[in-house]
Design a protein around this ligand. Structure first.
Ligand SMILES: [Zn+2]
Length: 245
């Protein structure tokens, strides 16, 4: 764990999130789950369950409001269960998307380009699976293509698909790297995430300003020191040498 501040405004919007909002056509939850890879099976298992109806979900939010100590029938809270349920559809839209399909249907074969491709400072908005409160930070992705490349927005979309699920940062880091490895089959891939967890900053041990750095390095990013150095220097990471996960 490293101590430094993440300036969220620095990188906001640097990488366009293509059609960032709303859901993708052509996937419903069941087909997305059925098409998932084994690594995601833990997550998939929970989404295989019958999905509660909106009114069942709203009733659960009412219960949480009462648990917090307020009156869900109070004027100001009247529409809250419905709003929370709709917000959950946005926060967790990633369960309806298939990350492999996202990359597999968009890569291009280009033998000509074999230099490192790096996207840095991709905005990360996720929710921790332990407390369901925000994880905010940034993701850096690099890969050394071996014939297959994707458009600049796709790695950012890939981040979004995994981020819009209940997550822990370590798993999120691996899922992004492993999916790129599996679909694009590059010579190497590196993913570094720096993020602040609101479950640490607003509750529990209350440590504002602490962010966690995780990384997953595969292929030449793991095995070749020069490649790894190039990646880390492009993303400006040496201020905090990430530990591998
Ligand atoms: Zn948490």
């Amino acid at each position: 764990m490293q101590c430094y501040n993440v300036a969220l405004t620095d990188y906001k919007g640097q990488v366009p999130l293509e059609a960032g909002r709303g859901r993708r056509k052509g996937f419903d939850m069941d087909t997305a789950v059925a098409g998932s890879r084994p690594e995601n099976s833990v997550r998939s298992a929970s989404t295989m369950r019958r999905r509660p109806s909106p009114s069942e979900a709203e009733a659960a939010v009412r219960t949480l409001i009462e648990w917090a100590g307020d009156d869900p029938d109070r004027e100001g809270l009247k529409g809250t269960p419905e709003r929370v349920v709709r917000a959950y559809e946005e926060f967790f839209a990633g369960y309806r998307d298939d990350p492999v399909a996202l990359l597999a249907t968009t890569f291009e074969e280009t033998a000509a380009y074999d230099e490192m491709i790096v996207l840095r400072d991709i905005r990360l908005e996720s929710h921790c699976e332990h407390h369901i409160v925000p994880i905010l930070g940034k993701v850096h992705i690099g890969y050394l293509p071996s014939g297959r490349v994707v458009g600049i927005s796709k790695p950012a979309r890939l981040v979004e698909v995994f981020a819009k699920r209940m997550q822990i940062q370590e798993a999120l880091t691996s899922q992004i790297a492993d999916t790129i490895q599996e679909v694009l089959k590059p010579r190497g891939v590196g993913v570094v995430i720096e993020a602040a967890h609101q479950c640490m900053t607003t509750r529990g041990i209350r440590k504002p300003g602490v962010s966690m750095v995780t990384s997953r390095l595969l292929g030449s990013f793991r095995d070749d020191a020069a490649t790894r150095r190039e990646f880390l220097s492009v993303i400006g990471s040496p201020r905090s040498a990430p530990h591998e996960s």
